[in-house]
Ligand binder design. Structure first.
Ligand SMILES: O=C(O)C1=C[C@@H](OP(=O)(O)O)[C@@H](O)[C@H](O)C1
Ligand SMILES: C=C(OP(=O)(O)O)C(=O)O
Length: 432
């Protein structure tokens, strides 16, 4: 097993800026984590070299790049882009997953295609994130995996250089990433792969659709015609030349700021058509009282500072929950966020984290079986804990715009997906 990786961040508290005046800002958002990490995996498995333009460089994507390098892929910087030259996949290697769901789930099927052992481990909390269905699926395809007695990190994949492929049946109700993991590598299995989901409803369906689209962009034939079943035909994976879209889930706190403070926030290059689940923030902010318009120049969100509560199913886009909950806590009426029981297995138990932290600030937030009920209350300042969760820190920043005296514990955790968050957030308010 590899040595435990060092902690993600330095535990630094940061006083969240309070908005004294309406906002008027144009915000540039770095590339999508989900797209960058899918493109990296496909490029590593492709038949020829790929160019990823404007990739996200954050903890999760740097961990993905390093994982693939250790398996034999050459990834080099060309200006701000990444040139990916696939190599023969091989162990022995050790992979640090950090707290990245995409690394801990997407890389083991790639490791199964390598010759030699590949050991995986991650942050302390990563060891309790669900992994079982991926390990079980690979074992059912004949891959040898050694774990420490539980179907979680740490574990070692003993690849033989090929995977026969076939049909896997899994319960992916805890994470859509289990499905995406098998699909991404499946074209390189001898007979391809068929993944069937059986269990409670699959969360984050748009993320699986994104996986299917990325595979098709790389020339892979995928049949997703039946609900909860996907067939990836065996084939070569074509090289990619792609520009990574801005990360729309990371744009969420910035555009939410226009609604909760009042004013205007513009995000240039917001795609007109996208597979990113985070695009749903447009409709959510609209439902909560913002004026939202998407044009050729990008997205514009205007608000007056008056926020309405919502009753909304976030099953498809759970990663927006912390920011939506923060906006809801600043509303004039209650909100109910539904369909997000699976968030208990995210970077932290997000339902517990959000309700605990809102209560710590004087709020009223209850966990339900599958979500949260928030009754807006006058909040007071205080230290908001982030639990190593980038989106908890971003949610705290949204609250801080309207609640004086909020201090964000370990704000550097935002680096999981968004570098330079504090600088970007300060610039949003027109401050240096
Ligand atoms: O495949 C992906 O890139 C992701 C899928 C989703 O995971 P879950 O299905 O576990 O919610 C999402 O929440 C996560 O941020 C990114
Ligand atoms: C759930 C998330 O991340 P991960 O890819 O680590 O699952 C997220 O970014 O909100």
């Amino acid at each position: 097993m590899p040595a435990r990786p060092s902690p993600a961040t330095v535990d630094a508290d940061w006083p969240a800026p309070y908005a004294e005046a309406p906002i008027d800002a144009t915000v540039t958002v770095p590339g999508s984590k989900s797209l960058t990490n899918r493109y990296l995996v496909l490029a590593a498995l492709a038949g020829d070299e790929s160019l990823l333009r404007r990739p996200l460089r954050s903890r999760d994507t740097l961990l993905m790049a390093e994982a693939l390098r250790r398996l034999g892929t050459d990834i080099s910087d060309v200006g701000g882009d990444w040139l990916v030259r696939p190599g023969e996949l091989r162990g022995p290697a050790s992979v640090a997953t950090g707290l990245a769901g995409t690394v801990m789930r997407f890389v083991p099927p790639v490791a199964a295609l390598a010759r030699g052992p590949v050991a995986f481990d991650g942050d302390e909390h990563a060891r309790s994130r669900p992994m079982g269905p991926v390990l079980h699926a690979l074992r059912s395809l004949g891959v040898e995996i050694e774990d420490a007695g539980t179907p979680c990190l740490p574990f070692t994949v003993h690849g033989t250089g090929s995977v026969a492929g076939g049909t896997v049946v899994m319960d992916a109700s805890a994470s859509s990433q289990f499905v995406s993991a098998l699909l991404l590598a499946g074209a390189r299995f001898d007979t391809g792969v068929t993944v069937v989901h059986e269990g409670k409803p699959l969360p984050s369906q748009p993320h699986v659709d994104m996986t299917v689209e990325a595979l098709r962009d790389a020339g892979v034939v995928v049949d997703d015609g039946d609900a909860n079943a996907w067939r990836v035909e065996p084939s070569e994976i074509h090289s990619l030349d792609v520009e990574v879209e801005p990360d729309l889930s990371n744009a969420a706190p910035f555009v939410a700021a226009a609604l909760v403070v009042g004013g205007t926030v513009r995000v240039p290059s917001w795609p007109q058509f996208t597979t990113q689940a985070g695009d749903a923030i447009r409709d959510i902010l609209d439902a909560m009282g913002a004026e939202v318009s998407l044009g050729r120049d990008g997205l514009t969100v205007r608000g007056s500072g008056a926020v309405e509560g919502v009753d909304i199913d976030l099953h498809d886009v759970g990663e927006l929950t912390p920011v939506v909950a923060a906006v809801a806590a600043l509303a004039s009426s209650p909100s109910r966020l539904r369909g997000i029981a699976h968030l208990r297995g995210h970077e932290t138990d997000r339902l517990a984290a959000i309700s605990t932290e809102l209560r710590r600030l004087g709020g009223d937030c209850d966990e339900t079986e599958d979500g949260l009920v928030i009754h807006p209350r006058r909040l007071h300042g205080g230290l908001m804990h982030t639990y190593g969760d980038h989106r908890m820190a971003m949610a705290a920043a949204v609250l801080g715009l309207r609640v004086p005296g909020i201090v964000i514990q370990d704000v550097a955790t935002t680096g999981k997906t968004l570098p330079d968050f504090t600088e970007r957030w300060t610039a949003l308010l027109g401050r240096a």
